[in-house]
Ligand binder design. Structure first.
Ligand SMILES: Cc1cc2nc3c(=O)[nH]c(=O)nc-3n(C[C@H](O)[C@H](O)[C@H](O)COP(=O)(O)OP(=O)(O)OC[C@H]3O[C@@H](n4cnc5c(N)ncnc54)[C@H](O)[C@@H]3O)c2cc1C
Length: 272
C-alpha cells in the first residue's frame, strides 16, 4: 500500500554541536493542520540522491506532538547521503523541503507511567527529548501539566566530549524544575578539567538500579516472574528505554539482564 507522503518545510535549523556537526531542525508540514504522533516515534524522510535514486531514512522525532510541527536532531555521517542532505538544507525563507511519511514505530512509553530510565548516546537523545516534553510540557496549550504522576525519571546520556551534550541546558533546567526528573550526563573521553560523571552509560544505569533496589528493599538479581503469567500480561514497576547505536544498546541490555530484568522491561530503538 502506498504511504501518504507529506511535504515538510524547514522552519529553522540550528547547529547544536560544531565539533559533532549536529543540527536541530524544526519542520512544518504544509499540507496538514495537525500531525499527531506519540512521543518516541519516528518519521521516514525521502529524497533523491545525486544518482537519481530515491533514498529513505528514519529519524526519531525530537519533540512532543505540536500542531503540524516536528523537530529532528541529526548529525552528519561522513560519506552519508541523507544526514548531509538535511544538514545542507537552507532555513532561509521559504526554507528547503523534504518528503516524509509516518509517524512510525513502537518506541513509546508504557502506560500508565512508571519509574523509568531513559538511556541514550549521541542523537539517540532525540526520542528522549520527546518523552521529556510529553511528561513535563513547558510550552504550548499543555504547558505546566505534569504527566509523570510523581514517578522517578532518570535521563542517562553519554557522549565522548562535553561539546556533544546536546540539549544540556534544557535538561538541566528541567531537572531544576522537577525533583523527580534526574539528568545524568557522562563523558567517555572527558579531559582532565571535567568535574562531572565519566565512563559509559551502562555503569551509571547499574548504579541507579542498585541504589533504587536498596532503597525499596528489593532483591537483586530480580527473581524471575511467575511462569504462568503470559509475557504480554507482565507488568513492572520500572522500565528502561534505550536509544542509539547497537553497541551501546547491547551493552545496556546485557547489564540489565544481569540484574534479572525481564526482556519486556527493556524497550529499545537501534539506529544502525
Ligand atoms: C528508527 C531510527 C531512528 C533514527 N533516528 C535518528 C535520529 O534521530 N538522528 C540521527 O542522526 N540518525 C537517526 N537514525 C539514523 C539515520 O536513519 C541514518 O542512518 C543516518 O542519518 C545516516 O544516514 P546517511 O544517509 O547520512 O548515511 P548512509 O549513506 O546511510 O551511510 C553512510 C555510512 O555511514 C554508516 N552509518 C549509517 N548510520 C550511521 C550512524 N548513525 N552513525 C555512524 N555511522 C553510520 C553506514 O554504515 C555507511 O557506512 C535513525 C535510524 C533509525 C533506524
Amino acid at each position: 500500500m502506498a504511504r501518504e507522503l507529506y511535504t515538510a518545510r524547514l522552519a529553522s535549523k540550528t547547529c547544536i554541536s560544531e565539533s559533532a556537526q549536529c543540527y536541530h531542525f524544526d519542520f512544518v508540514l504544509e499540507d496538514i493542520e495537525s500531525f499527531p504522533f506519540v512521543s518516541g516515534q519516528f518519521i521516514s524522510a525521502v529524497a533523491t540522491d545525486p544518482n537519481g535514486k530515491q533514498q529513505t531514512r528514519a529519524y526519531s522525532i525530537a519533540s512532543a506532538a505540536n500542531v503540524n510541527h516536528f523537530e529532528l536532531c541529526v548529525n552528519r555521517v561522513p560519506q552519508g547521503f541523507f544526514s548531509n542532505h538535511l544538514a545542507d538544507l537552507t532555513d532561509l525563507p521559504p526554507g528547503g523541503t523534504i518528503q516524509v511519511h509516518g509517524p512510525h514505530g513502537h518506541f513509546i512509553l508504557k502506560q500508565p507511567v512508571t519509574d523509568s530510565i531513559f538511556i541514550s548516546t549521541g542523537t539517540g537523545i532525540a526520542p528522549m527529548r520527546a518523552f521529556a516534553q510529553w511528561l513535563f510540557p513547558a510550552s504550548g496549550p499543555d504547558a505546566g501539566i505534569d504527566r509523570s504522576e510523581g514517578k522517578e525519571i532518570w535521563m542517562v546520556y553519554g557522549t565522548r566530549h562535553e561539546s556533544e551534550l546536546y540539549y544540556r541546558e534544557e535538561f538541566e533546567a528541567l531537572a531544576a524544575r522537577k525533583p523527580n526528573f534526574h539528568y545524568l550526563h557522562t563523558l567517555s573521553r572527558a579531559d582532565e578539567s571535567w568535574k562531572g560523571l565519566r565512563g559509559y552509560v551502562q555503569d551509571h544505569v547499574a548504579r541507579i538500579v542498585e541504589e533504587r533496589a536498596a532503597r525499596l528493599g528489593q532483591q537483586l538479581p530480580v527473581p524471575a516472574p511467575d511462569p504462568s503469567i503470559l509475557p504480554s500480561d507482565l507488568k513492572f514497576d520500572i522500565y528502561a528505554y534505550i536509544c542509539g547505536l547497537n553497541n551501546m544498546v547491547a551493552s545496556v541490555r546485557e547489564k540489565l539482564a544481569g540484574f534479572g530484568w525481564h526482556r519486556k522491561q527493556i524497550i529499545f530503538e537501534r539506529y544502525d
